[in-house]
Design a protein around this ligand. Structure first.
Ligand code: ADP
Ligand code: MG
Length: 682
């Protein structure tokens, strides 16, 4: 049977059903997937070193001739050792040790030369290598690919299968990037790229291949996202006229900040415009995005259209509903809550009211985009993002109405390059100032030698009637101990010893909802002075009288998480303090702690976090709505990204639907990516 790209992987020679199942774990289902499974690194054998000069701290390639092989020595049951003597071209002797590797050692021929790859140890007189990788001289003329692997499938096996697939298919690879774009961006051909990403003769060749493949991936992504936008933009926007909302602003218990007012103006301008709004509202935690969203809802309602607000969790949806109710009910708007746990009868009632146009704003979770919900006239869709909605879900809700305006609220600030990728060509409103009277939180990093002083400082605050938090890493009762004290034990100790004269409370994720509510109520009402908590307080806790926070084992938290946690204090008019306690000497941890001490800006924190972790980890690969990249890395490939976007625009101008037969290959790639984006689960 002739192998093609779409051939199921189990039919490739040497694979079969069992290995196919293992390969599936690596995302490899077809021969084409295998060719797109790129190496994560390479072993460079092209310049072997002498056994004497090998750096003992890193694996090195040493060329040597086998002198003799020992017989198998049984050390104990199940463990046998083989010793092989070899000599490098300088005459230095090298003793190689292998464990349980009869098959490998049998293949070594005395008097033959090989390249051995591993760490070299031993004395100057006798150098040694333990379980080195073995390569023939022919193999060693190239860089050896190291693939992401899984149990039962090693890199060498993958390399052999890739080679096999390539031998039959390389000529049939269809070029995906039009030649003019290739020339403009100095990109190599696809065949060259695929061959050299797997089996480059030199690092230089590999880099040329790599650059082309990264470009291709970002090019495909740009085209796919344009397709999403075009699909959404086709229907006419819901028409709105400029209307007054001054009276609503006057009805609020506070005056909006300049930044909030500017955002409201920008949003209302879009709503009254002739194309559908696609706007991101960025603002740090506590900057007051919700009330801006409320203004937009008022504007939409006065244009006789409905609004929908989606939150990532039921708790947040309920909170938003309460807040919106408080803002909007006084001016006569009707707000409803619809989530997965809404009772069936209640759901039915709300659905009917929505369809009849009696509801002005519906707040909910994904239940909002499940089928069966009809709006009378949906004009505005707001998502409170927290990066949990995929691009695909946004499309789904967009299709509900005529072509509603969309507003995305983002608590964690997204660096602009990434925002453009995720949301396409969108406009951004930024709330860059906090409501008046808020002071930036003072942040300090200390080690455990200063713990007692920190406790003393906390007590001073409690003595003045303020409250505080101590955050412990996620070790909850019943969880595996990682050498950390569980929050419950920690709280008990504090109550018994250091904070015996104060009321210490405990909040962690394993507690029942009712218990959590009770503890939160007590803390809010001032019946608890010091709350020991895990990261469950990260979102949604708002106690302005709590002005001091100590974070234990601060090195265990990511930057964005530390920033979210710190956002629990500094919510009133009093100077607040955050103390980061850590004994970690790791450089990465030090950078995180220093960043926290240096800045209160969520934007700076996010930029740094992105740099440290890359976008995959930054949002959690599944959460940002982008496909998993095979090779591109948005944090590092910014330049290629903008080149790829430009090229995509250029191609779409010439062939908007990618219907030209010459663009068949790229079209297929785009469709595949679109399917992936659309299918993305929450
Ligand atoms: P976020 O941007 O994190 O969603 P919220 O919208 O929850 O922030 O606002 C945080 C708090 O600040 C809320 O209690 C809100 O009522 C209050 N708030 C918002 N805007 C102002 C303002 N201009 N002046 C005073 N308080 C405000
Ligand atoms: Mg919010």
């Amino acid at each position: 049977m002739a192998v093609s790209f779409d051939t199921e992987i189990q039919f490739l020679k040497g694979i079969g059903e069992k290995r196919a199942a293992l390969l599936h774990k690596l995302g490899i289902d077809t021969v084409g997937d295998l060719l797109n499974h790129y190496p994560r690194d390479y072993i460079d054998l092209t310049e072997p070193v002498s056994a004497l000069s090998a750096d003992p701290t890193i694996p090195c390639a040493v060329r040597a001739m086998v002198l003799s092989k020992s017989g198998e020595q049984h050390i104990r049951k199940g463990l046998s050792v083989f010793k092989v003597r070899a000599v490098d071209p300088d005459g230095t002797e090298l003793l190689l040790t292998f464990f349980n590797s009869k098959f490998t050692v049998d293949k070594l021929q005395v008097d033959e030369e090989y390249v051995f790859y591993g760490k070299v140890s031993g004395s100057l007189l006798r150098r040694e290598m333990n379980t080195p990788l073995i390569f023939t001289l022919a193999e060693a003329r190239q860089l050896i690919p190291v693939y992401p692997q899984t149990a039962g499938i090693n890199s060498r096996f993958l390399a052999a299968e890739v080679r096999l697939a390539l031998s039959g298919l390389l000529e049939t690879l269809e070029e995906t990037i039009p030649s003019d774009i290739k020339v403009q961006n100095q990109l190599c051909h696809l065949q060259y790229a695929i061959e050299n990403i797997h089996f480059p003769a030199s690092r230089h060749d590999m880099l040329i291949a790599r650059r082309r493949l990264i470009f291709e991936e970002l090019f495909t992504l740009s085209l796919a996202l344009s397709a999403v936008r075009t699909a959404r933009d086709t229907p006419a926007p819901v028409a709105m006229q400029p209307v007054e909302i001054e009276d609503f602003l006057d009805s609020l218990p506070f005056a909006l900040t300049e930044a909030q007012l500017r955002s409201v103006r920008e949003i209302c301008g879009d709503l009254a415009g002739s194309t559908p709004m696609n706007r991101l509202l960025q603002g740090d935690v506590g900057s007051g995005k919700t009330v801006v969203a409320a203004c937009a809802c008022v504007f939409a309602a006065r244009n006789h259209t409905q609004s929908a607000l989606m939150a990532p969790t039921e708790i947040l949806a309920a909170q938003h509903w309460e807040t919106m109710q408080k803002f909007l009910a006084p001016i006569g708007l009707r707000v409803e809550l619809l989530t997965g746990s809404t009772k069936a009868s209640e759901k039915k009632r709300i659905r009917a009211a929505l369809a009849a146009g009696e509801v002005d704003l519906v707040v909910g979770t994904h239940a909002l985009i499940s089928s069966g919900i009809e709006f009378s006239r949906l004009g505005l869709v707001i998502t409170d993002e927290q990066h949990r909605f995929g691009v695909g879900q946004r499309i789904a809700l967009g299709q509900k109405g005529q072509s509603p305006h969309t507003l995305v609220m983002s608590a964690t600030p997204i660096p602009r390059t990434l925002a453009l990728m995720i949301y396409g060509d969108l406009d951004i409103s930024v709330i860059d100032t906090m409501p008046v009277g808020r002071l930036p939180v003072k942040t300090y990093a200390i080690d455990s030698a200063k713990r007692q002083r920190a406790y003393g400082y906390i007590k001073q605050h409690l003595d003045h009637g303020y409250q505080g938090y101590i955050i412990c890493p996620l070790v909850e009762p019943g969880e595996v101990d990682l050498g950390l004290v569980p929050a419950s034990e920690y709280a008990e100790n504090l109550q018994k010893h250091d904070f015996a004269d104060y009321r210490v409370g405990l909040l962690h994720g394993k507690m029942k909802a009712a218990e959590k509510d009770e503890v939160m109520r007590k803390f809010k009402d001032g019946e608890i002075d010091l709350l020991v908590a895990t990261t469950v307080v990260e979102v949604g806790v708002d106690v302005p009288n709590a002005v001091i926070m100590l974070i234990e084992n601060a090195e265990r938290f990511g930057l964005s998480q530390l920033h979210q946690l710190r956002g629990r204090v500094g919510r009133g008019k009093v100077q607040s303090t955050c103390i980061l306690l850590s004994d970690s000497k790791s450089q990465d941890a030090q950078i995180r702690l220093r960043t926290m001490c240096r800045t209160n800006s969520g934007f700076e924190v996010a930029e740094q976090d992105l740099k440290l972790r890359g976008p995959g980890d930054f949002f959690g690969q599944r959460q940002h709505g982008l496909p998993q990249f095979a090779i591109a890395d948005l944090a590092n490939d910014v330049e290629l990204l903008s080149a790829a976007r430009k090229a995509a625009d250029q191609l779409l101008k010439a062939d908007p639907g990618l219907t030209d037969p010459a663009h068949r290959a790229i079209r297929r790639k785009v469709d595949k990516m679109l399917a992936e984006i659309g299918d993305r689960p929450n």
